[in-house]
Design a protein around this ligand. Sequence first.
Ligand SMILES: Cc1cc2nc3c(=O)[nH]c(=O)nc-3n(C[C@H](O)[C@H](O)[C@H](O)COP(=O)(O)OP(=O)(O)OC[C@H]3O[C@@H](n4cnc5c(N)ncnc54)[C@H](O)[C@@H]3O)c2cc1C
Length: 353
Amino acid sequence: MFDTKYNQEAFADLPGVTFSVIRQMVLGHAKLAKLKVLEDVEQSLTVETQHGLIGIRAGHSTSVSAMVAANNERWLFIMKTAVVEQLRQVMPTVADAMRWSNGPAEGTLPLNFIFVRVISVVPLGSVFLRVMLEGDDLSSYGDDAIHFRLLQPSQDGQPLWPTVAANGSTVWPDGEGALHKPVYTARSINYSTNTLECDVFIHDGGRTSDWAQLVLSDNGSHQIVGLVGPLGGGILNTDKVLMASDETGFPAVARLLENLSPNVKGQLFLEADDGAACEYPFTIPVGIEVVWLARKAHEKLADAVLTAMPHHSDSKIWFAGEREQARRVRDAAKATGHDAKDLRISGFWSANS
Ligand SMILES: Cc1cc2nc3c(=O)[nH]c(=O)nc-3n(C[C@H](O)[C@H](O)[C@H](O)COP(=O)(O)OP(=O)(O)OC[C@H]3O[C@@H](n4cnc5c(N)ncnc54)[C@H](O)[C@@H]3O)c2cc1C
């Protein structure tokens, strides 16, 4: 074991590839993602990620094997899945042939999957619904990854829940009974009642807001849905920040704001159809200036951020919004020399889907 902090580990031989090819790939990925290389010696490469270790070793029956280590079974499972998915993009046959040394059996529910019950749906401001969900164990949902997939069964057919594939990845069945699985944010978690609240933005054609509205009008609490997670980034640790979001990121912004240091300074741009009239509740730290933008008045989030960016050369930038706007902000931040480790710029939805 490389580091006793990570007391769970797993290995998977990678057939048909050489140690040096995989080493180059892992190092390239580590550089891009700004991950720390802990060890790079003959037959052993170890990189530290936010949730554990990823590495390569000499294989048992092959020249190289993948290694992951984490501090609990769920994170180990999530990291195995991440390795398989990364590899699948460049070496699909190798990814398919991988078999981990331990872990859940093929065909069982993924370890990052839980069933939850809908406890309540209530309106929040004028354009959100707050959904409270109850599960048996939400202990893996902490501050280091605040998002999840909300798995909603379709109206027709028996729901087809995800299962574990032979190579440790997750199989999402298609066809009748396939799930809708958008990403949402855990706005708050109460570990004593095992409940989690998420806030769903109501927008045209939104299957999730339609579902939540139906639950509200039918009093359909006790409905069973699934969660896969946690995923994505966590709370922010910084004294200087430029934040910007449309409604899809409001729950994340609200959670990040309440976890920022009291000394934090910065600016926050919030875009909604009618600006502040959406009445989404935020608790704003004293050092943060808030600017509301109204889409109906053609005020655009990315334009506002690009104008503000020169005043935030040493700030962390957190952005959530439409994918194309996120791309503009990311390109501008990189062009102005912001360090990648200070950027958390994400497309939370796409206007072209
Ligand atoms: C990390 C992450 C966290 C997120 N957290 C939240 C959250 O806490 N609350 C939340 O409400 N959303 C959140 N989102 C956004 C959410 O996943 C998307 O809006 C998703 O498309 C919603 O699914 P749906 O079932 O409502 O719509 P879908 O059925 O997937 O899409 C239907 C149509 O709606 C359009 N659409 C999607 N979002 C919007 C929008 N914002 N405005 C206008 N049209 C839209 C699509 O283009 C599509 O044409 C998050 C996304 C990410 C990546």
